[in-house]
Design a protein around this ligand. Structure first.
Ligand SMILES: C[S@@+](CC[C@H](N)C(=O)[O-])C[C@H]1O[C@@H](n2cnc3c(N)ncnc32)[C@H](O)[C@@H]1O
Length: 206
């Protein structure tokens, strides 16, 4: 596990406060999501030997399918800013599938264009100022590489679960997301904004 090489911001403190108390029960709360993660990873277009980052990995639920997709020759990295989530990932044995980084996805300790793809489940709505985060993800992905923004629950169902009304300002709504991605180095290539899941796929602009 790598230490985070920069100071803690208010935004980081807010995210940690929210997720630290949820980490221990995270996997038990959502025991049936595995097949949805496998399907979403399958649509990212990874090949044997590729390098991929799970951004905002939480307990690392996506790591086993990501490892299966890139094989033993591939590289699987996973970054999360909440120490308790990383600790749960270790406890759940996710180190067997990839390397865990305690890091903010807005300032990644990774070389420019060093990855083929990024998988980010449940992340984008928690990034205050998502454009900076998406731009940093674009920096570390090679031109033509891929991004998946995923959630195993549809936007409307998630809003209902959280007692919110779905707002037209939602960053994940199609028109908002297309603009956001275009301004941060990505091109939206497909969007499944259905009832059962959310999956936006984008390509790193050349
Ligand atoms: C809704 S959870 C999803 C966790 C995991 N991807 C999953 O699907 O189970 C969002 C995660 O993003 C992390 N996160 C939020 N902002 C982050 C940031 N700027 N850098 C790294 N991780 C972040 C949180 O700590 C949390 O673990």
């Amino acid at each position: 596990m790598e230490p985070m090489p920069h100071e803690t911001s208010d935004e980081t403190a807010r995210v940690r406060e929210f997720f630290s108390v949820r980490a221990a029960r995270w996997d038990a709360r959502f025991p049936d999501d595995g097949p949805a993660y496998e399907a979403a990873v399958g649509e990212l277009g990874l090949r044997e030997g590729d390098s991929v980052l799970d951004a905002g990995c939480g307990t690392g639920r996506a790591l086993p399918p990501l490892r299966a997709a890139v094989g033993r020759r591939g590289t699987v990295l996973a970054a999360d800013v909440t120490p308790e989530m990383i600790a749960e990932a270790v406890r759940a044995g996710r180190l067997a599938s990839g390397r865990l980084l305690l890091a903010d996805v807005r300032r990644l300790p990774l070389r420019t264009a060093s990855l083929d793809a990024v998988f980010a489940a449940g992340l984008v709505s928690h990034l205050g100022g998502p454009e900076a985060g998406l731009r940093e993800l674009a920096r570390v992905v090679r031109p033509g590489g891929a991004l998946a923004l995923f959630h195993p629950v549809g936007r409307a169902a998630l809003a209902e679960r959280q007692g919110r009304v779905l707002s037209p300002d939602d960053v994940r709504a199609g028109p908002n997301l297309r603009t956001l991605l275009a301004g941060s180095g990505w091109r939206l290539t497909s969007l499944d904004d259905g009832e059962d899941r959310y999956l936006a796929l984008a390509a790193r602009a050349e």
